[in-house]
Design a protein around this ligand. Structure first.
Ligand SMILES: NC(=O)c1ccc[n+]([C@@H]2O[C@H](COP(=O)([O-])OP(=O)(O)OC[C@H]3O[C@@H](n4cnc5c(N)ncnc54)[C@H](O)[C@@H]3O)[C@@H](O)[C@H]2O)c1
Ligand SMILES: *[C@@H]1O[C@H](CO)[C@@H](O)[C@H](O)[C@H]1NC(C)=O
Length: 410
């Protein structure tokens, strides 16, 4: 009678030890992963939402400093345009809360450096994804945003061949997720968001005007921006959201995007690396309507300032609301070969360039904006030509990546 009981007890004992051992291993693993990936685990995000310091930062950042200041949620605030727009808004006294997922599409250190700069200007960036409706709702609970400046997106034309899903995730899914939260707010915010000149696709008629057709996109990126414009139309129509789309034309300048030609040409010229300058069929020069960042910022502020209120409440439209689209370009297309010449002079280094036919990767041959509508309605008036804008970019680049610094332009 005694023996089997003892054996039983021993067995229970063993499984108990096993259970404890496994529990320890699990807890260890959880600890390991939460230490190594502090921002990516959902449990960590939920912890964030209850953290009082986190809340304080948001409240402080979202509080306007001037009497009639806006309260603006800037998505993509750690991005190139987002950082500049956030700075300008904060400087004139608006409350600004940033939101960015700090994804690794290009060097994260640059996004972190922009975040540091914004911190010094009293702008806090919440780390999170626009697809996270719970987080967005929480932010709107903390700050009654009057406006949303929506700049978060998967940018770049060529990367769509590698990672098409990221375009659908951020530019379509993310946009809908944001609009879903905005429509339910009371009052609803007015929304200004970044579309793109790429919606003009393979159009031949120049300059590109807002009334032109935009139904022949040449890249998935362009198609998702075009989809965004259609989605904006429905949320305006059904829910009374005031929405303004801005079609940016090749924005460049300090703190720019490393995946763009002016940026990696600069890097490669300095390294003595060969650069490819593309041309179209029959020697057709590829040209772009390069637009300096400060001009784009003014256009964004002009759009925010002229946006009228959304009309819906509780998700239901109460009357017609504003729906607008504007080109924000420079109106003077420059051949890419000229861009290279300017860079060579500014860097005092001769480029090692090869001219080759443009690969079929979604890039268009030329862009040229008609900006008369933005000029009339937003007071938009670009003032920086490519030469002076690149001079400022190069000065920033040489300082940011100076050889003594720790940053590398990989
Ligand atoms: N720079 C240009 O020449 C240009 C031209 C046309 C349109 N645009 C548009 O302007 C906007 C800003 O462009 P940019 O040049 O500053 O690009 P960017 O890549 O520097 O900035 C976008 C930011 O959004 C963030 N982001 C991306 N997906 C996100 C998500 N799902 N959730 C939260 N954050 C996310 C990224 O981390 C990044 O910091 C984008 O919508 C872009 O498509 C830019
Ligand atoms: C520019 O766009 C406006 C509409 O905004 C249009 O009336 C005008 O004809 C366009 N100009 C050219 C040169 O296409």
């Amino acid at each position: 009678m005694d023996k089997p009981l003892n054996a039983n007890r021993l067995r229970t004992h063993f499984s108990l030890i096993k259970l404890i051992a496994w529990t320890c291993i699990f807890l260890g693993l959880i600890l390991f992963f939460s230490l190594h990936y502090p921002h990516s685990s959902p449990s960590n995000r939920l912890k964030y939402l209850e953290d009082s310091d986190w809340k304080y930062q948001i409240l402080n950042s979202g509080r306007p400093k001037s009497r009639n200041g806006f309260r603006v949620l800037v998505t993509g605030a750690a991005g190139f345009v987002g950082m500049h727009v956030s700075t300008a808004l904060r400087q004139r006294g608006d409350g600004v809360v940033g939101l960015d997922n700090f994804n690794g599409y290009y060097e994260k250190s640059l996004k972190r450096a922009r975040e540091d700069l914004l911190k010094s200007k009293d702008v806090f960036i919440v780390e999170g994804d626009i697809n996270d409706g719970v987080l967005l709702t929480k932010l709107f609970k903390l700050v009654k945003f009057t406006h949303v400046m929506h700049l978060a997106a998967q940018a770049g034309v060529r990367y769509a061949m590698k990672n098409p899903g990221s375009y659908v995730h951020s530019n379509i899914g993310g946009f809908v997720s944001l609009l879903e939260v905005c429509k339910l707010m009371n009052p609803q915010p007015a929304i200004v968001w970044a579309s793109s000149s790429s919606v003009y696709g393979l159009n031949k008629k120049v300059p590109f005007s807002e009334i032109d057709r935009t139904d022949n996109p040449s890249s998935l990126y362009a198609a998702t921006k075009k989809a965004g414009e259609a989605i904006a139309h429905t949320y305006n129509h059904i829910h009374g959201l005031s929405i303004t789309g801005l079609r940016f034309f090749t924005v460049y300048g300090p703190w720019g995007r490393p995946d763009m030609a002016y940026f990696f040409f600069t890097r490669d010229i300095l390294k003595g690396k060969q650069i490819s300058v593309f041309e179209g069929l029959n020697g057709f020069t590829v040209s772009r309507d390069f637009t300096y960042i400060d001009d784009i910022v003014k256009g964004c502020l002009g759009a925010l300032d002229t946006a009228t209120k959304s009309t819906g409440s509780g998700g239901i439209k109460k009357g017609p609301a504003q729906l607008r689209v504007y080109n924000l370009g420079n109106t003077s297309p420059v051949p890419v070969s000229k861009l290279v010449n300017i860079l060579e002079k500014l860097l005092k280094v001769k480029a090692n360039k090869v001219v080759s036919p443009m690969p079929a990767n979604g890039d268009v041959l030329f862009t040229h904006a008609n900006i008369s509508l933005a000029r009339r309605e937003l007071g938009y008036k670009p003032t920086t030509d490519l030469q002076s804008g690149l001079k400022k970019f190069v000065a920033w680049y040489l300082d940011y990546y100076k050889p003594s610094g720790k940053k590398s332009s990989v």
